[in-house]
Design a protein around this ligand. Structure first.
Ligand code: GUN
Length: 285
């Protein structure tokens, strides 16, 4: 039976450490780190994420600046707001919640946020820095996963790791981080003919597919570490991941549950990036 990786507990511990570091930061510099979150339109899931980001800022002691813009907001108006926040010394992190309405070019938005305030790590400069292993910010989901692996003392050097999914937010940066952690990394995706044949050889399987029960018990080897990034609703409307949890739990050495695994880590990593950004702004003064 696998050990359950408790993302809620690790997240609470990291947030506790961030609270303490924020107290020291405020004592030293006389102000709090600030995070600006922009949401365009009224996607219900995005609204919940944004509310939780604001709550996390309050809990840790950051200033949070929320901009809820109507769906009709033009790309130019949004770019102007980002430029204003780029120039605002009280703002250390800027995040535009995805997805944005279709008339707005998301790539243009991501490239306009100053790399030094890009706490999502979506700017091409930050993406490139991750590639060469010289980075300040890591996208929140991959960052949360490496934090979980470290918290449980899971060995990565020399291990084989399969990442299922090739998104810019999770799959690609995740693969790069695991490479930096000295894994032998393989990425599977929708055009991989036999994903199971690849995952069965893996010491660590990271599933970021978006399909419930995609990773079945017969797709992993005995003792594998299973990290489930999925956030799906099954036929009964219940939140579930990409792995068949009951079957994988029997074979794995470690497994993340959904909910309560990777999910609780992501906003915490955003908070970590925000403090890092504020500290870097002081170091570079
Ligand atoms: N929407 C879903 N996840 C994310 C994220 O990590 N960052 C942003 N900006 N939007 C998201």
């Amino acid at each position: 039976m696998a050990k359950i990786i408790d993302g809620k507990a690790v997240s609470a511990k990291v947030r506790g450490e961030l609270c303490e570091k924020t107290v020291s930061f405020k004592e030293k510099y006389g102000y709090a780190p600030g995070l600006a979150v922009i949401i365009v339109g009224d996607d219900p899931a995005s609204k919940i994420y944004v509310r939780n980001k604001k709550k996390a800022c309050e809990e840790i002691g950051y200033n949070s600046f929320e901009y809820a813009l109507p769906a009709e907001t033009s790309e130019e108006e949004l770019l102007n707001l980002i430029e204003k926040l780029n120039a605002d010394d009280a703002v250390h992190g800027i995040l535009v919640q995805s997805p944005v309405p279709r008339h707005i070019d998301e790539k243009k938005i991501q490239s306009t946020i100053l790399p030094s305030k890009d706490v999502d790590a979506f700017h091409p400069i930050n993406v490139g820095k991750i590639m060469i292993g010289d980075y300040d910010f890591v996208p929140c989901t991959p960052a949360g996963i490496t934090e979980l692996l470290d918290a449980y003392g899971i060995e990565t050097a020399g291990k084989s790791c399969v990442v299922i999914g090739r998104s810019n937010i999770v799959g690609k940066p995740m693969a790069m981080l695991m490479l930096h952690k000295n894994c032998t990394v393989t990425i599977c995706h929708s055009r991989t003919p036999d994903v199971g044949a690849v995952t069965r050889e893996a010491d660590i399987v990271i599933a970021a597919v978006g399909k419930s029960d995609f990773l079945t018990g017969d797709m992993i080897k005995e003792g594998a570490v299973v990290i489930d990034v999925g956030m799906n609703r099954n036929a009964e409307g219940k939140l579930c991941g990409d792995a068949d949890f009951e079957a994988c739990e029997k074979k794995a050495s470690y497994i993340t549950p959904v909910p309560g695994g990777v999910g609780p880590m992501t906003i915490t990593m955003l908070m970590k990036n925000t403090l890092r950004s504020a500290e870097l702004s002081e170091e570079n003064k």
